[in-house]
Design a protein around this ligand. Structure first.
Ligand SMILES: [Zn+2]
Ligand SMILES: [Zn+2]
Ligand SMILES: [Zn+2]
Length: 268
């Protein structure tokens, strides 16, 4: 199997509504500088594209997915950048027929009870399959397992995913509140970890305490010199490491870490 990175930024995207920073203004003027919301695609290790599973349906999904074929969608949690793309599978968009959507019990309840998501069920566009903490799904030689993690301000559970391929294990976790022994252990266990890099430091935005994430500075300190290849994703538009020529980006790369880029492929 292969993993393709389809998007790399926080839910508000780049450009970010209401922001006039140089990154956001440049993205408004030049579409090639836009960045899509964090998402990955699990696909077969060949050109046939016969197996395709999406992790997180972002509002940018119509740009991110090529072709019609999709075997299923795994949803990490109910925030804007992770679930709202499901609406594109409805009759105004793809008009899908019963695409399997793997969700936790709480996300299932949320989708089933709230418009406009509920309409996707009425119209048989999606088929909700319960996928809770500890559950796993085999995907042609790979195995994908859900792990519940802690993330604030969301009315569903939040799931991270351990993807065990034939040769490599990949841990994917775009949103958490703070590191725990368990989540650090999962990073350590993985060959490659694609993880929450929303902010560089806590001073980056005024309302950091309302939307806490472990900051890259701290994560690098905790995981320095581990064998795991660490790739940061879900970056906020304010994160200096998002910009290619900053001191922060240089420091991060010199210390052996990476920033996720759209189109990056990992063989597992
Ligand atoms: Zn998010
Ligand atoms: Zn901005
Ligand atoms: Zn979130």
């Amino acid at each position: 199997m292969k993993i393709e990175i389809l998007g790399t930024v926080q839910d508000g995207g780049v450009p970010h509504l209401g922001c006039e920073c140089d990154v956001c203004e440049a993205a408004r003027e030049d579409p090639s500088k836009q960045r899509y919301n964090a998402s990955i695609l699990l696909k077969e290790n060949s050109d046939s594209d016969s197996i395709r599973y999406l992790i997180d349906a972002t509002p940018d999904v119509r740009y991110q997915l090529h072709g019609e074929y999709l075997d299923g969608v795994f949803i990490s949690h109910g925030h804007l950048g992770h679930i709202n793309g499901l609406l594109h599978f409805g009759e105004e968009g793809r008009d899908a027929e019963m695409i399997p959507v793997y969700v936790s019990d709480k996300a299932k309840e949320y989708i089933s009870k709230n418009d406009p998501f509920r309409i996707l069920i009425d119209k048989n566009n999606i088929d909700l399959i319960t996928f809770n903490d500890g559950d796993s799904q085999s995907i042609q030689g790979a195995n994908l397992q859900a792990i519940e993690v802690i993330h604030t301000g969301v009315n569903t559970d939040t799931l991270a995913f351990m993807i065990r391929g034939e040769n490599k294990n990949v841990f994917y976790m775009s949103d958490i509140h703070e590191w725990t022994e368990e989540t650090l252990g999962l990073v350590k266990e993985a060959d490659i970890a694609i993880i929450d890099g929303t902010f560089w430091d806590k001073e980056e935005i005024d309302r950091y305490h309302e939307v806490p994430h472990p900051v890259i500075k701290e994560t690098m300190h905790k995981t320095e010199n581990w064998d795991t290849e660490i790739i940061f994703t879900h970056l906020n538009h304010t994160n200096p490491a998002l910009r290619p020529n900053t001191e922060e980006r240089k420091e991060l790369e010199e210390r052996g870490f990476k920033i996720a880029e759209r189109g990056m492929e990992l063989e597992i």
